[in-house]
Design a protein around this ligand. Structure first.
Ligand code: GLN
Length: 494
């Protein structure tokens, strides 16, 4: 048998069920890879004992002849945005350093209920703001991938779920949670050659997930393939009365209904996504993806999403506006860090704590958000952006009259080098151009690896579906996966 750590969720789950290996062996193998993978800086906290305890429970249940839970014996990584009981949660920021939640997020609780264990908490862009993981207060996450130019430039794993991307791609964990506010599951998945799905807004509870932009934040799964993404998302999702935006709907059996047969389906190619300056390799892969879906039985149709060009500016008003409000709670009183200069009053403590605790990108977002919500500018920016958001949602509604899903690139570039865009926030924001429209409309969207570019780096294809139709998104992802034959993986250097 190949190495246990080469396996994904389904293979591990089935192997534990069949007794090919024990869950303890699986947990020990991944714990060892986590311990040996420090150079990637993917983990902020390691929790080997959590993974072992879940594994022992799975082995015991099997020995007792009990039916095993859907993810019994599968250890996963948790993005540090999720609060897990008794384990430090920082959201990648100094301001939360030392904060140990005494409660469990609904998504992590659901995973533990499904038999999964936790390998640790994963590094991320600070408060999930970023596309490269460079805004983390705890150092850059390094992608396991290298360009094929013989150099050893450290590459960004994407963001904000960069720790999740790096850890799955480097086989430190078979799968990980991510969150996606404007692309943070899909873009990092694309950068490291793995799959990742953001479900319909409301499928996964936001309870116990550190808030960035509440009307956009949505949890999802990141794993080696589409089937694994389906299994894990199924375990994470579900109605939660503790989140007012949670959808009171049953979770479909996505895994069981997976099919790469797209006969009778129409796939839309949005003409506004053909953007000047997109590298030819990305356009070519997009065309190839359409060819693959045609081969799977789908009809390809050109569609129009006329307000696409306003999506990015609207996102970068709405997300900071909500962030400025959500992040007001970090005041030095309730959580984590407190700066109390000698003789300081209450206001001084707030100011000192926030000045020390937040990183530069977070401060930029708070300032932008406060500005666009201020009395004099609210209508000019925030109200306008909300109107644009409605128009973008309407674009998709109209598109669904002509197609069942949409195919697009995930990101306008392959992974870039660490530092290459760090000084230019606008260039960084532009990386989200293909990801944010689906976020603004609350639609399910996924990235699957399609191929490698000339530098030997992965490129992703994105599928966007109708609200609540994760199944079509997963099925189209599977159809691409079956035809792309993407088996490339990074050479181990760490
Ligand atoms: N890169 C985007 C941003 O910085 C999206 C982040 C996310 O989805 N959490 O806002």
């Amino acid at each position: 048998m190949s190495n246990i750590t080469d396996l994904g969720i389904k293979a591990i789950r089935d192997g534990v069920r069949d007794g090919t290996f024990s869950a303890r062996e699986v947990a020990e193998a991944f714990n060892a890879n986590v311990a040996a993978g420090k150079e990637l800086n993917a983990f902020l906290v390691e929790t080997p004992e959590h993974a072992l305890a879940a594994a022992d429970a799975a082995d015991k249940a099997r020995a007792a002849g009990e039916e095993l839970a859907p993810m019994a014996g599968v250890p996963v990584g948790m993005k540090d945005l999720f609060c897990t009981d008794g384990v430090e949660a920082t959201a990648g920021s100094h301001i939360l350093e030392g904060f140990t939640p005494q409660y469990e997020s609904t998504v992590s609780a659901n995973l533990w209920k499904a038999g999964a264990g936790m390998l640790g908490k994963l590094n991320m862009d600070q408060f999930a703001m970023g596309s490269s993981n460079e805004t983390s207060a705890f150092g850059n996450v390094i992608s396991p991938w290298r360009r094929n130019d013989g150099g050893n430039t450290d590459l960004a794993p994407g963001g904000s779920s960069g720790g999740s991307a790096s850890a799955v791609s480097g086989r430190l964990c078979p799968a990980a949670t991510g969150t996606d506010t404007g692309g943070s599951i899909r873009q990092p998945a694309a950068f490291v050659g793995i799959s990742g799905i953001k479900p319909t807004y409301g499928r996964c509870s936001r309870w116990g997930v550190v808030a960035f932009a509440s009307s956009l934040d949505q949890a999802g799964s990141m794993a080696h393939d589409v089937t694994d993404c389906a299994i894990m998302l199924q375990a994470m999702a579900g109605f939660d009365p503790k989140d007012a935006t949670s959808l009171d709907l049953p979770v479909p059996d996505w895994e069981n209904a997976l099919s790469g047969d797209l006969k009778g389906k129409r796939v839309g190619i949005p003409k506004e996504y053909r953007i000047d300056g997109t590298p030819k390799e990305i356009d070519d892969l997009w065309e190839q993806g359409a060819e693959w879906l045609r081969d799977a039985g789908a009809e390809i149709v050109e569609i129009s999403l006329p307000h696409t060009k306003y999506a990015l500016p609207a996102y970068y008003i709405i997300a900071p506006a909500e962030a400025s409000s959500n992040l007001a709670r970090y005041d030095g009183v309730r959580y984590g860090q407190r700066e109390l200069p000698d003789g300081a009053g209450l206001q001084d403590m707030y100011a000192a704590t926030r000045a020390e605790g937040f990183g530069p990108e977070v401060k930029r977002r708070i300032m932008i958000g406060t500005y666009v919500l201020s009395a004099g500018f609210y209508d000019a920016y925030y109200t306008q952006a909300q109107k644009v958001r409605s128009l973008i949602a309407r674009d998709f509604e109209q598109a669904w009259e002509h197609c069942d899903m949409i195919l697009a690139p995930t990101a306008p570039s392959a992974a870039f080098g660490l530092g290459e865009k760090a000084d230019d926030p606008l260039a960084m924001y532009l990386n989200d151009v293909f990801a944010v429209p689906a976020s603004l409309a609350g639609l399910p969207a996924m990235s699957v690896p399609g191929g490698l570019d000339g530098q030997g780096l992965p490129l992703g294809l994105q599928i966007v579906g109708k609200a609540l139709d994760e199944q079509s998104v997963l099925n189209a992802g599977l159809a691409i996966e079956q035809r792309a034959g993407f088996t490339a993986r990074p050479d181990k250097w760490w």
